[in-house]
Design a protein around this ligand. Sequence first.
Ligand SMILES: NC(=O)C1=CN([C@@H]2O[C@H](COP(=O)(O)OP(=O)(O)OC[C@H]3O[C@@H](n4cnc5c(N)ncnc54)[C@H](O)[C@@H]3O)[C@@H](O)[C@H]2O)C=CC1
Ligand SMILES: Nc1nc(O)c(N)c(N[C@@H]2O[C@H](COP(=O)(O)O)[C@@H](O)[C@H]2O)n1
Length: 277
Amino acid sequence: MSAPVRDALEFPESDRVFLEPQLPPRDGSTPRPDMPFTTLTFATSLDSSLALSPGTRTALSGPQSKAMTHYLRSRHDGILIGVGTALADDPGLNCRIAGVGGYGGEGLDSQPRPIVIDPSLRWDCSDDSKLFQLCREGRGRAPWIVTTVHEPPTEKDALLKRYGGQFISLDIPTSESGNHQIDWNQLLVTLRSNGLRSVMIEGGGHVINSLLEPSYMGLIDRVIVTIAPTWLGQGGVVVSPARRFDGEGNPMSAARLKNVQWYPFGEDVVLCGQVNV
Ligand SMILES: NC(=O)C1=CN([C@@H]2O[C@H](COP(=O)(O)OP(=O)(O)OC[C@H]3O[C@@H](n4cnc5c(N)ncnc54)[C@H](O)[C@@H]3O)[C@@H](O)[C@H]2O)C=CC1
Ligand SMILES: Nc1nc(O)c(N)c(N[C@@H]2O[C@H](COP(=O)(O)O)[C@@H](O)[C@H]2O)n1
């Protein structure tokens, strides 16, 4: 019997069966030719919070659902977060399932590409960032940072390139408020043209709520949510997309899932579905 690999997570074969219909096809095909298969996935409390407060890293998933999330990471080419999450969590964004590259497997096999949306370059990533530590250990890929800045600082550019990452600069019109809001269609097309066939979007609140706006809902192929049996209380980072109104101005629900399936994982439950557009 081979020795256990340091920090590796186990996700049993029996638990993989139910997830298969929810996952990007193994042949790499995509529902739309110019975009990746896109999964929206996160862990939430009973009061729809992702974290105790903006800027705080909060563990919600139990061990089994955490292993499930890492299995999802192994099945996607990319894993995307907003800069708020990068600043709060200093995340690793690698896959720690036993058998993938760096955890008993070859090279960086099945390690997803981390993608950070950072329009005005607020994330001061350095050599000490968790992501780069994992790169040095051969346990994760270097990030792609999506920005609207056209000439990123030379030393950051060099740092990223040293580990095999890159800045991706997008041209976007600046709104009247001065906001650099990136269009999700443009972003996903760009990721596909950079070779990614599947992307899982993990958060945080701003990212999830904006993707659940009516104009973007059709881009999400699957939603996979871990629900933990806890209330985080008021003041958290909440998933609560903007409300919609019918033709007479009456409020309607913001979004709803169809083809829903539930699976218990330890004390958590995992909800899978498709956005009903
Ligand atoms: N429980 C869970 O599964 C997760 C929890 N989190 C938590 O969420 C919190 C962070 O959430 P937020 O503060 O809402 O930050 P966020 O991670 O959603 O990032 C928001 C920022 O990203 C940029 N951004 C995102 N979408 C953009 C777009 N379309 N165009 C231009 N810029 C865009 C903007 O600069 C925006 O201010 C953290 O506390 C983190 O721990 C984050 C991910 C998953
Ligand atoms: N699935 C899940 N459960 C939780 O309880 C979480 N807090 C998160 N957060 C997301 O995972 C990232 C951390 O990843 P690493 O463990 O550092 O690789 C974090 O940044 C959020 O995107 N997810």
